[in-house]
Design a protein around this ligand. Sequence first.
Ligand code: UDP
Length: 323
Amino acid sequence: MHTLITGGAGFIGSHLAEALLEKGRRVTVIDDLSTGSIHNIEPLKNNKNFKYVIDTIMNKPLLSELVDAADVVFHLAAAVGVKLIVESPVRTIETNIKGTELVLECANKKKKKVIVASTSEVYGKGNHTPFREDGDLLLGPTVKGRWSYACSKMIDEFLSLAYWKEKRLPVVVVRLFNTVGPRQTGQYGMVIPSFVKQALLGHPITVYGSGKQSRCFTHVKDAVKALIALSEQPEAVGQVFNLGSVHELKIEDLAKLVKEMTQSQSEIKHIPYEEAYEEGFEDMQKRVPDISKLQKLIDYKPAHSIQDILKDVIEHHRNGVPL
Ligand code: UDP
C-alpha cells in the first residue's frame, strides 16, 4: 500500500507519515514547506519506505505523477492558522481552492481514494453545539477575512462530494477540530504552542478576549489513528466526519494549566481581539464536535488528556526546538 500525503511535512502530515511507516506502508510526501518544515520529516528520511518531494501541489504534472504512483491520497496541504488567514487571505483562498481542485482532478483519472482534510472552522458562528455533520453552517460577512478560510474549505468539501456523486471518485471528508501536539508551531497563532512558548520564555501568556471562549483539544496521535482507520473503512466513502475531542476547556483555564505545568512565572495577560488579530475580528465562543457518526464506523477513543498533550508539547519545546 503506497500513500501520498500532500502537506506531509506539516504538523499533522508528518505525524501521519510516521504512523503509516510504522505500519510498514510506503509513504510519499509532497510539501512546499510554506508552513511545514523539513525538520518534521528529518527522522523519516532514513526509512526505505519514505520518499519526499519539496514542491507545490500547483505543479500539476508532478502532482499527477505522484497521485498515479499512490494507492491512496491524504490531502492535507492547505493554508492554516487564523493569523495566517487574516494576514494572507489571497494565499489562503488560492491554495485551498486551487490545490484541492488539482488533487481531485489528478485522483479522478485512476479513481484513487482521497481523504480530504477539512476543518471545524466550517461550522463558523453556529452555536448549536455539539456540531453535527449534517447541521447548518453559519459564516460571517465577506468583509471579515477570517471567514475566507471556512468558505474555502466549504468549497473543498462541496467539490470533493461532487466528485463522488458525479464521477464516483472515492472521497472521505474529515473536519478536524483543534488538533494539537508536538511539532505544531505557534507561528500562525495556534494557542497551545503559543502559550507553551510564552510560559517557557517567561513572557506574558496572551489570552485573547475574555478567555471564556472554549475549545476541545485532540492529541495529533489520536487524530492520525482515526484518519488512518477512516481511510481503511469502505463505508466512509462519500461522507463527512467530525474528528476531535469532546472535552471542553476555556482558554483562560488552558493558560492557567500551561503556567502550572511549566512552573512558569509568566503573568496571564488579556489582549483585546482587535489588537491580537484585526478590527472587528469575530471569534467562536464554543466549538464542540458530535463524534457519534465517527464512533459508529471506527473504534475511536482518544487516549490522551489535555495534561498528556501539554506534557508532550512542553517536552518537545524543552528538547531544543527553537522557541
Ligand atoms: N488564542 C489566545 N491566545 C493566543 C492564541 C489564540 O487566547 O495567543 C485563542 C483564540 O482567540 C481562540 C483560541 O485561543 O479563541 C484557539 O485559537 P487557535 O488559533 O489555536 O484555534 P482556533 O481559533 O482555530 O480554534
